[in-house]
Design a protein around this ligand. Sequence first.
Ligand code: ADP
Ligand code: MN
Length: 255
Amino acid sequence: DKQMKQIEDKRAKGRIFKKDSSFLKAEENVFDVPTLKLLYSFANKGIISELGGSISTGKEANVFYATGNEGEVAVKIYRINSSTFKAMDPYILKDPRFTHIRHSRKDIIFAWTQKEYQNLLRINKAGIRAPRPVTFDRNILVMEFMGENGIAYPSLKDVKMDDEDARLFYDQIIENMRRMYVRASLVHADLSEYNILIDIENEEAVIIDVGQAVTLNHPNAREFLTRDIENIKRFFKKYGIDEGTKEIAERIKQK
Ligand code: ADP
Ligand code: MN
């Protein structure tokens, strides 16, 4: 249609996506026209001057690498036609911050994007290493790229470590959960070795993927916290770490 043609024309002129001009071709079936237009508006603002390769294709979102006037950024795009968006409902409709939103697919996804942005702000303010949010609009979140020279930090699950390193990261992660709980009043609710990156050089755990994180007054906050603790316990068990769930929960709630 006409909008698509305009976008294609811009692409042909090489306005953005210079490096990977096949981007739109590959993605035009994944992203709707408003999403592509929104990407171009980020480009016009200079937030994205070059969109690089895909970092990840998840159940609900695609993450891309980009550079722009904020430096290296990660661009997380929630797919409007995502088939699994219903799974978002319990995390957003019962979060007191978001009980008033409309229940349409689009509105839930837009609210989710906003929630991830707000959660990133709170988490950063709480002194936790996590991507700094740059901006968001509709279904696109732009945040600090956690990595160097276009290479993202590895996930905790892919990091080779000895028992001593494991103990260090374990304590950092529990401390991050404590800060998140006590200072930011949030429970991550999807914490696992997949949503923790490791900055090896600085020996630092980085918390990501916080769209589903809920405030402590969410009716399921306690249950989500227990699940997060169990995930972390399961991962670190092979490194000889075996602290009780209750003891961990007490540490996390310690002011
Ligand atoms: P999903 O909901 O699809 O799991 P995530 O936020 O976990 O989305 O992102 C998927 C993957 O993309 C992550 O595992 C990580 O490898 C990469 N990623 C996400 N955010 C960033 C970021 N800010 N910097 C670098 N890599 C990122
Ligand atoms: Mn994830």
